[in-house]
Design a protein around this ligand. Structure first.
Ligand SMILES: *Cc1c(COP(=O)(O)O)cnc(C)c1O
Length: 375
């Protein structure tokens, strides 16, 4: 039997090769490569798909978070709450502004920001005298965080909210897409994401058209017009080639999401009874950026699956506060007990829309065999 990879980016390309190649050639032949019709078109189409009034393309997801935080007023020294169980980029973006990441624990069911932990952390940070500015909840793995409760808390304590939607393109909370709840939201369009470019890319969504205009200035040296910087900005442009390819990818995003959900259903049916599988809370939809199971024998399970030709990954093997760059350096504002206990139990099974039914069945059989043998 052929091995099953954890993901396959080339399968994504070949599934719409003709249209993607046509789009790439169109840009190369046009002679216009940065901030043109393709970027404007992608921003328009992405905003319409999301149900947001405006979207602004930027160079990558980390910049999207950084610029979103900057535009809501985060400055050097400000405290910004986020989770430790996330891609390190979430925390890196906060530090790019000289702001102070304040790490909050996750809820054991969804592994996303726990509102109770946030409340405790707010009180602790107040006692420590840290000026508080914003919260960055992450819709991890494709499941919405408890965004309603988090926004209510943020409002109570006058904190701005930036949703990190890098893993949740299209996921819904109470019938509305993630990325439309907070003041502003950031999406990575890195190749592995549910909506992925063929290189680095990111996009910011906002309901405030003035904020969108400001972001368009910030992403290019503070220019409204060429060669006249009105505010200090950066270079974080989305290029035309990526934008044109993303326009193609956006059209098939919803059907690719449905295929992910179908695979997840199949997994749940096959081994939901013997492994801890992902929850989908009522009122939420899960877009399965990752399909993360949990096991006390995680390493053994991973090894046995590898022997059966099934590749898996761990997202992420260490929480942010456990990594060398951050360990012991950030202010402690709450216990990270759930984060620390679950990081050793998580395992991401193969999940990509181009998986054949045969591959899905191969994963199901391997998990069933190896699990029943292990337990
Ligand atoms: C991928 C990712 C990012 C960063 O995106 P880049 O495009 O790689 O900069 C930020 N947050 C989360 C949760 C991510 O998964």
């Amino acid at each position: 039997m052929k091995p099953v990879p954890a993901n396959s980016l080339s399968a994504g390309f070949y599934s719409e090769q003709a249209e993607l190649e046509e789009a790439a050639l169109r840009v190369m032949r046009s002679g216009w490569y940065i901030l043109g019709e393709e970027t404007a078109g992608f921003e328009r189409e992405f905003a319409a798909w999301l149900g947001a009034p405006a979207a602004v393309g930027v160079a990558n997801g980390t910049d999207a978070l950084m610029l979103a935080l900057k535009v809501v007023g985060v400055n050097a020294g400000d405290g910004v709450f986020t989770v430790s169980h996330t891609a390190v980029a979430t925390v890196a973006a906060i530090e790019m502004l000289g702001a102070v990441p304040l790490l909050v624990d996750v809820d054991n069911q969804t592994l996303t920001m726990c509102p109770h932990s946030l409340l405790r952390a707010i009180h602790t940070a107040h006692r420590l005298g840290i000026p508080l500015k914003a919260v960055v909840p992450v819709h991890l793995y494709g499941h919405p965080c408890d965004i309603g409760a988090l926004i209510a808390l943020a409002r109570e304590f006058d904190l701005r909210v930036v949703e990190d939607c890098s893993q949740s393109h299209g996921a819904e909370f109470q019938g509305r897409k993630t990325g439309t709840f907070a003041d502003i939201s950031a999406f990575s369009l890195y190749p592995t994401k549910n909506l992925g470019a063929f290189g680095d890319a990111g996009v910011i969504a906002t309901a405030d058209l003035e904020v969108a205009e400001r972001l368009k200035m910030l992403r290019q040296y503070g220019w409204r017009e060429r060669n006249n910087s009105e505010i200090p900005g950066v270079n974080s442009r989305l290029d035309e080639l990526q934008a044109a390819l993303l326009r193609v990818r956006l059209k098939s995003l919803d059907s690719r999401t449905r295929r992910r959900q179908e695979i997840a259903q199949e997994y749940q049916r096959a081994f939901g009874g013997i492994l801890q599988t992902p929850v989908v809370l009522s009122g939420c939809s899960h877009v399965f950026h990752q399909y993360v199971v949990r096991s006390d024998d995680r390493d053994q399970l991973q090894q046995r699956l590898r022997q059966a030709g099934v590749a898996t990954m761990i997202h992420y093997p260490k929480a942010v506060h456990q990594q060398t760059a951050y360990a012991g350096r950030l202010p402690l504002v709450d216990s990270l007990a759930t984060t620390e206990s679950q990081v050793a139990r998580i395992l991401s099974l193969p999940m990509f829309p181009e998986m054949s039914d045969e591959m899905v069945q191969q994963v199901c059989r391997a998990v069933l065999d190896r699990c029943t043998a292990a337990l």
